[in-house]
Design a protein around this ligand. Structure first.
Ligand code: PLP
Length: 452
């Protein structure tokens, strides 16, 4: 049998896939078997070449096939692939990366606790926030407030904080210490357009639960998996102020936004706020190694520095030397090649293309973007605010049309009435390649318009 069939059969039997329909997987086998890639392109076992229009999971910021990252990994692996950071041990790559990250984060975010990914980072931020309040004598401050449509990962606590019902309900927990603020950003924006206090939904929860019970508020500077929601202009400053007034930590989940994706090094830089904790992952290594971290302020670190017993938290791969060496090289390349600025200039090209599509197709609406993080809605009648029938799978349908034309992008349609499509290519993308993406989406929209 062919290699394709062999791998497909083995996959169906032996792999349970994340965020995938298991029945579909077992019935039909894997959708694509990747074999390699270069820049924005990915190749598969059947000889197809795709454009990776979402950097896989918005993380492959340097694009595929980057040899410098591979070499940095190899060099560290042959020297000391893995040593632990438990028991006060450390290695040069971990220390250098912590120093580098904290030279880029705003304000006095100067200390990093390393993890292996975004979910672990958010769980860690929750625990460290609660630990801080314990040390300060606020025994009751434990609750975490998160936003509707926020996505924070899939460990039990991070998934409970995720404001997307399908995920939230799968966490297998009803942890009362994690409270969802409704409505989500877009509803706030629509409902309160002329209201100066967009943060009102969080304020209501603080009043209801009591500030003495709340440890932290967690927000993505720009929501990603919830459908690419850019907050109203004064929103994050208002949330920062609200947290300060109530003695509550602000956790910025920068897992998607961090390291240049939105045209600034970090998402919060657009609004010039300094959170108490910042969760990072994904773009920290462009996906070439599993790494995450929680960056905290000096004030918080100073409190921990007085604690004279074991900090009972840590992952086997906290500060993994090889992952940290890849992270260091990744940031070096981002800075050397001006990729944050490139995200801005190419983001403007992408937005220009999306505007052209918005003008051309009546059902294409509400385009939004920052840097190379972009999204748009499909609606039956945007003027009258009428969505497509959920059963029509509008976003999924358009994404299928793009897939048929060898462009990989993502639909978000986990709630009735929601048909959002996201585009987030590698930051290394060229103008010509942005045009290619727009061209394919244009053809796919035309095909889609004939089906609806
Ligand atoms: N936070 C945000 C904003 C994310 O987008 C994600 C993943 O998509 C996570 C957290 C979870 O990260 P991971 O999948 O690395 O655990």
């Amino acid at each position: 049998q062919s290699l394709r069939n062999e791998l497909s059969n083995l996959d169906r039997k032996h792999v349970l896939h994340p965020s995938t329909n298991p029945k579909n997987q077992v019935d039909h086998g894997p959708k694509i078997i990747f074999t390699g890639g270069d820049g924005i392109y990915l190749n598969d076992i059947d000889g197809n070449t795709y454009i990776d229009g979402v950097s896989m999971l918005w993380n492959v910021n340097l694009g595929h096939g980057n040899k410098e990252l591979a070499e940095a990994s190899y060099k560290q692996m042959v020297e000391a692939a893995y040593t632990t950071t438990f028991y006060g041990y450390v290695n040069e790559a971990t220390v250098r990366l912590a120093e580098k990250i904290t030279s880029l984060t705003p304000g006095d975010l100067n200390t990093v606790f390393f993890t292996s990914g975004g979910s672990e980072s958010n769980d860690t931020a929750f625990k460290l926030s609660r630990f801080y309040w314990q040390l300060r004598g606020y025994k009751e401050k434990k609750k975490i407030i998160s936003l509707r449509r926020g996505y924070h990962g899939v460990t039990v606590a991070a998934q409970r904080a995720t404001g997307i019902d399908a995920y939230r309900n799968f966490s297998g927990s009803t942890d009362p210490d994690i409270v969802n603020a409704k409505p989500h950003l877009t509803e706030c924006e629509l409902g309160d357009k002329n209201h100066p206090e967009y943060e009102g939904c969080i304020r209501d929860i603080i009043e209801k639960e009591g500030a003495d019970k709340i440890a932290a508020v967690i927000v993505e500077p720009i929501q990603g998996a919830g459908g690419v929601h850019v907050p109203p202009e004064e929103y994050l400053q208002a949330v920062r102020k609200l947290c300060d007034e109530n003695n509550i930590h602000l956790i910025a989940d920068e897992v998607i936004c961090g390291f240049g994706r939105t045209g600034k090094m970090f998402g919060v830089d657009h609004w010039e706020i300094v959170p108490d904790f910042m969760s990072v992952a994904k773009g920290i290594t462009s996906g070439y190694a599993q790494l995450g971290g929680v960056v905290m302020t000096e004030k918080i670190r100073d409190e921990f520095a007085q604690y004279d017993a074991m900090l009972a938290h840590g992952f086997t791969y906290s500060g993994h030397p090889t992952a940290c060496a890849v992270g260091l090289k990744n940031i070096e390349i981002i800075e050397r090649d001006g990729l944050v600025e490139r995200a801005n200039t190419m983001g403007r090209e992408l937005d220009k293309g999306l505007k052209y599509l918005e003008d051309k197709y009546t059902f294409f609406t509400n385009r939004r973007s920052r840097g190379l993080l972009a999204g748009f809605d499909l609606m039956k009648d945007p003027e009258a605010n009428i969505p497509f029938d959920h059963s029509a799978r509008a976003a999924g349908n358009l994404v299928d049309e793009c897939y048929n034309r060898k462009l990989l992008i993502r639909p978000f349609d986990f709630e009735p009435g929601m048909n959002i499509v996201a585009i987030a290519p590698p930051l290394t993308i060229s103008k010509n390649e942005v045009e290619k993406i727009i061209h394919i989406v244009d053809d796919s929209l035309t095909a889609f318009s004939k089906k609806i």
